[in-house]
Design a protein around this ligand. Sequence first.
Ligand code: SAM
Length: 336
Amino acid sequence: MPYGSAAVAASRGLRLPPLPTIRDLVKLYKLQAIKQMSQNFLMDERLTDKIVKSAGRISDTDIVLEVGPGPGGITRSILRRKPAKVILVEKDRRFLPTLELLQECSQPLGIQMDIHQADILRFPMDKAIPDVSQRLHLIGNLPFAISTRLLINWFKDLSLRQGAFRRNDTTMTLTFQKEVAERICAPLGSEQRCRLSIMSQIWTEPTLKFIIPGKAFVPKPDVDVGVVKFVPLKEPKTDIPFDVVERVNRHIFSMRQKFCRRGYSTLFPEEQRDETTYEMFVEAEVEPTLRPFQLSVDECLRLTEVYWQLIQKNPEIASYDYRGPKAPKEEELVDY
Ligand code: SAM
């Protein structure tokens, strides 16, 4: 092998035994993508290697949990990094034979592989990983249909130091629709900044690693895909309960084009809305006429902090539901 190729092979990590290509396996097992499962497969090894490389250094004592391995393209790239253990969580049982094939290959390489046919949204992390002595990497070319929901669940676990986040060095390397990936990482002042940017940046440092063009997937989705790596912050920026943080920021960003006080004010019943909102902004020292995307993470957290103090003294305010039966319809309420 010429020197250049040897160097490339070494940088790619471990050599796997000869295997049919992912494309051949998909054909052989008739694994047509199912739209409801958000199935779009990556066949190009260079791209799957690049995703796994984005996760950073994986040592031979680490565990990698992959969400939705499908036919196993990314799994092969994970195996080449030679972690101690690979945990696969795949909902669609049709992929089990192709994953079991990889399990057979991993044994002689000294890599333990556990395959779970399960829904990641209900997956019992503590049971699958009872011992926290090993570092954990979460990697996945996520199904679009669940990606933001899963991310928010994981941020909650991170805030509570539970599940996959019992250690504070668990990283996540995940794919999203390009626009969602850009929103997650959007800096202060960017028009793309939204609730998801704030939620991501309160608990982690997210970095948009690279974009994969839609045409690299089979079948080709209508959108391009962004790979984001999340590194948990050593010191979380708040210890206010997750649901309170989520609620306040949902309200702040519910009226994106208006002054930030408008969305925030809907946390309070109508009869005290203007007065309480005014007091909260004074106390939090935040300019009420900024647009939501102009708010820093710290400003959002100061607004959360004063709300948190208020509802501890007046718990009835916490149960106020702006979208309840008496509330007027707000056409601008938007989701993430
Ligand atoms: N990792 C493969 C790749 O990159 O080629 C497949 C990625 S495909 C976008 C998403 C995968 O997630 C599919 O294999 C799908 O069956 C699986 N999946 C969908 N919903 C899931 C869930 N709730 N829990 C676990 N896996 C899920």
